[in-house]
Design a binder for this molecule. Structure first.
Ligand SMILES: Cc1cc2nc3c(=O)[nH]c(=O)nc-3n(C[C@H](O)[C@H](O)[C@H](O)COP(=O)(O)OP(=O)(O)OC[C@H]3O[C@@H](n4cnc5c(N)ncnc54)[C@H](O)[C@@H]3O)c2cc1C
Length: 447
């Protein structure tokens, strides 16, 4: 049987491509997902965290950022007004499937006053409206999407795609890991960050043009929630940008989780750190990442390898993630279990090694992180406390960016590349919106 559309990957981008295609009346759609069905996924199995129905979205924090300024590069492919409208449409679909109504971060006079105070501290506050689904609700929302789609399209989980097949620069289908060949008119590649190396290999074999993305490396910061309460009550997630005094590097906060937890994350053999927060279950702490962006040109242009190298160093020294009190870092000594036990911030992540992050980070990164904490302390006194905990390494590996048209079609006819795996997006809402763009373009051609 020949399909009209094959979708590779069952994360938000692939799911939204499928939802849009079926809503626009396209039939004979098949979606391949290498991981498990969402009902079978288990959070404590590392291979299930990023792979399976729902992709990285299933155990994500579920913050939908309703802003054209964060979450990826989709704005490079359409005008601002259409882009904003598309994000609103994607958001509405999440709400229709059970995301909560409440929005945080409207541009109120309190937010404007906070932005003014941030400026006085050398920080730029990027106000963003956020809908918080919460980790446990994400799975419900994605399960409902699965229930809808399973009646309309064919879904094969536990089924990895090995190769994209093309003839005369036009896509013809895919080869599965089982060796089976499936033919189709269109293929939408939506493999996410976990499929980045697969995407890179396929791009090379099809001679697709790609561009390396910057790598973001830093720490996860954890402190008592009261210290940032004024900010998180007003903005939920404050996105703060700082240019470091010494290096003029871009440093930013990322993924702020009020009353949340710090978690470990596995990336093909290396352990990094991340954070999330539940809609109901609350801790006494807030966590967020401080990330430093690095771009390389030549002769070295492999930022992912650089990020992995630094993360591996933490794993080598600490056997996994390292935690350190800021006071110990500044005093030039390692944290020990006794020192962490005395810390006024109770760590929410167990199974971490108290250690010394100065053995891990290059001077450039460490100093930029320290300068950022100093600047943030001027906005929220207590951030730069010696009892603030730093976990390392947090790294954001962005996939190489595939060259695509405004419809997100690659240089191979009828092959579309969307979501985080194509290096185009970095968050749930933009990833979902990218699926909608490709689906609309495919529908126009079919009809
Ligand atoms: C801990 C965590 C918290 C996060 N929190 C947020 C947040 O609060 N807000 C936000 O906006 N974003 C968040 N994100 C990011 C968000 O989850 C991603 O941006 C989003 O899921 C990307 O969607 P995607 O469809 O492009 O890729 P993914 O969600 O990664 O899905 C890709 C899917 O493709 C499958 N796949 C890969 N290769 C193949 C293959 N060859 N054959 C078959 N299947 C394949 C994978 O198994 C995976 O299931 C978070 C991510 C993590 C890890």
């Amino acid at each position: 049987m020949e399909y009209q559309v094959i979708i590779v990957g069952g994360g938000p981008s692939g799911i939204f491509a499928a939802l849009t295609l079926q809503e626009l009346g396209v039939d004979r759609i098949i979606l391949f997902e290498q991981g498990k069905d969402i009902s079978q996924r288990q959070r404590n199995i590392s291979s299930d965290i990023l792979c399976g129905w729902g992709g990285a979205g299933a155990y994500s924090d579920g913050k939908l950022t309703l802003s054209t300024e964060v979450g990826g590069h989709l704005g490079d492919y359409l005008d601002q007004k259409s882009f904003y409208q598309l994000l609103m449409n994607a958001d509405k679909i999440f709400v229709d499937y059970g995301a909560p109504d409440r929005l945080f971060g409207d541009l109120t006079p309190e937010v404007e006053a906070l932005a003014d105070r941030a400026r006085q501290a050398d920080l730029e506050l990027i106000p963003t409206r956020i809908r918080h689904i919460g980790t446990e609700n994400c799975q419900n929302v994605l399960s409902r999407m699965h229930d809808t789609l399973s009646n309309q399209i064919e879904i094969r989980t536990g089924c990895g795609v090995e190769k994209l097949l093309a003839k005369n620069n036009k896509i013809t289908g895919v080869k599965l890991e089982s060796g089976e060949i499936i033919n189709s008119q269109f293929v939408v590649a939506a493999p996410g960050r976990s499929g980045a190396s697969w995407m890179k290999k396929e791009a090379e074999s099809l001679s697709l043009k790609t561009k390396a993305s910057p790598v973001d490396i830093g720490v996860r910061v954890e402190l008592p929630a009261t210290i940032l309460k004024e900010i998180t009550d007003v903005t939920y997630e404050s996105k703060l940008v700082y240019f470091s005094k010494t290096f003029d590097d871009k440093v930013r906060t990322f993924c702020m989780n009020p009353y949340g937890e710090v978690v470990n994350e596995e990336h093909s053999g290396i352990t990094t750190v991340n954070g999330h927060s539940h809609a109901r279950k609350k801790s006494e702490n807030t966590n967020f990442a401080i990330l430093v962006s690095s771009t390389f040109t030549e002769p070295f242009d492999d930022p992912i390898a650089y990020g992995r190298y630094i993360a591996r160093l933490a794993n080598l020294i600490g056997g996994g993630t390292i935690v350190q009190r800021l006071g110990d870092l500044l005093d030039g000594r390692r944290s020990t279990k006794a020192r962490i036990d005395r810390c006024l911030t109770n760590p929410t992540l167990e199974n971490v090694t108290p250690g010394d992050l100065s053995y891990v980070f290059p001077y450039r990164h460490l100093l930029s992180i320290i300068e950022m904490l100093e600047a943030m302390d001027r906005l929220a006194p207590g951030v730069n406390s010696r009892h603030t905990l730093l976990y390392g390494v947090e790294a954001k590996f962005y996939s190489n960016r595939i060259h695509v048209s405004p419809d997100l079609e690659t240089d191979v006819t009828n092959l579309f590349a969307i979501g985080d795996g194509a290096g185009i997006t970095r968050g749930l809402l933009q990833a979902s919106a990218s699926g909608m763009i490709a689906a609309r373009a495919i529908t126009d051609r079919i009809k």
